[in-house]
Design a protein around this ligand. Structure first.
Ligand SMILES: Nc1ncnc2c1ncn2[C@@H]1O[C@H](COP(=O)(O)OP(=O)(O)OP(=O)(O)O)[C@@H](O)[C@H]1O
Ligand SMILES: [Mg+2]
Length: 284
């Protein structure tokens, strides 16, 4: 795949934590955690990033968004080299690259109401002309993510985990991004709530034509939602390809081991569909 086919693409990126360039010797070198990663995310595509804890998934996601600096390699977003773009020139791009976090409690201001949490970014980014306009859009998106309007006057801790995750999704979607990074966003939720949140994300990404990078250690979640997958190990890409192919005929022994390590029903490709039917029936 050439760099220009992709919305977001990285070549040979390396990340080192704790490097102190002014110090000579091993203490100044830091710890290299990404060792030359190539990744492409096409327009409208959902790409999974999977691998064991500590393999570098979050670091890769944050590097793609320019939230950590790379020590080597290049990153292109929408045809533009953003590898070393200064903060001031990154700022206009920030709205277009959103992130949904694993723990919404940590990313939603606990003292603000949901109304404020959702309306403020719209005003900040100039997507709403005034508070009334912002609140109208907030009310619309609330319906879209199936949250009751009474949630608007609550604080984050007064919502359930699944509801908080919907607020996180709503906040990202309101800004009409081109790219969304979702890092372990369903790992704290029970299985049927996971299915509801994933289905919502799938619909939204289709409606908005979003590109997504979806980080998870859970292979069944990746298989249910992603078009392609990158398998990471020790800061390198061990294998990548179409989800179906990687799951049915893994090329690397490591991917096979990951697949073998989970019980078979858990990698059922129809897991998400089955779960949502079950959730709807239990709601009724
Ligand atoms: N801010 C940091 N400073 C120093 N080292 C870090 C920092 N963040 C992560 N690391 C190290 O980098 C490596 C990769 O971490 P990362 O969080 O990217 O892994 P991960 O694949 O997301 O793991 P998990 O599945 O547990 O979330 C780990 O060895 C971790 O200890
Ligand atoms: Mg992580």
């Amino acid at each position: 795949m050439s760099v220009s086919d992709s919305l977001l693409s990285a070549r040979g990126i390396e990340v080192t934590y704790g490097a102190k360039p002014h110090l000579f010797g091993p203490s100044g070198l830091g710890i290299k955690v990404l060792h030359g990663i190539d990744i492409d995310i096409r327009r409208g595509e959902t790409v999974g990033i999977v691998g064991e804890s500590g393999s570098g998934k979050t670091t890769l996601g944050r590097a793609l968004l320019r939230l950590v600096d790379v020590t080597a390699g290049s990153i292109h977003f929408d045809g533009k080299d953003i590898t070393r773009l200064p903060d001031a020139r990154m700022r206009p791009l920030r709205r277009r690259m959103q992130m949904i976090f694993q723990d919404p409690m940590a990313s939603l201001n606990p003292r603000h109401t949901i109304r404020r949490i959702l309306a403020e970014p719209l005003l900040l980014h100039g997507l709403a002309s005034n508070r009334k306009d912002a609140e109208r859009r907030v009310a619309e998106i609330l319906d879209r993510v199936t949250l009751p309007q009474v949630c608007l006057d609550r604080n984050p801790h007064e919502l359930s985990g699944g509801q908080r995750q919907r607020v996180g999704i709503a906040r990202a979607a309101l800004l009409k991004p081109d790219f969304v990074l979702a890092d372990e966003i369903v790992s704290g939720l029970d299985v049927s709530t996971q299915a509801q949140v994933l289905n919502l994300l799938k619909e939204l990404s289709r409606d908005l034509g979003l590109s997504m990078a979806f980080i998870s250690h859970d292979l069944s979640v990746i298989r249910a939602i992603c078009d392609r997958v990158y398998v990471m190990r020790h800061g390198r890409v061990e294998e990548q390809g179409e989800c179906e192919r990687v799951f049915t005929a893994p090329a690397s022994a490591y991917t096979r081991m990951l697949l073998d390590a989970i019980p078979l029903p858990e990698v059922d490709p129809h897991w998400l569909r089955r779960e949502s039917v079950a959730a709807e029936t239990s709601d009724a």
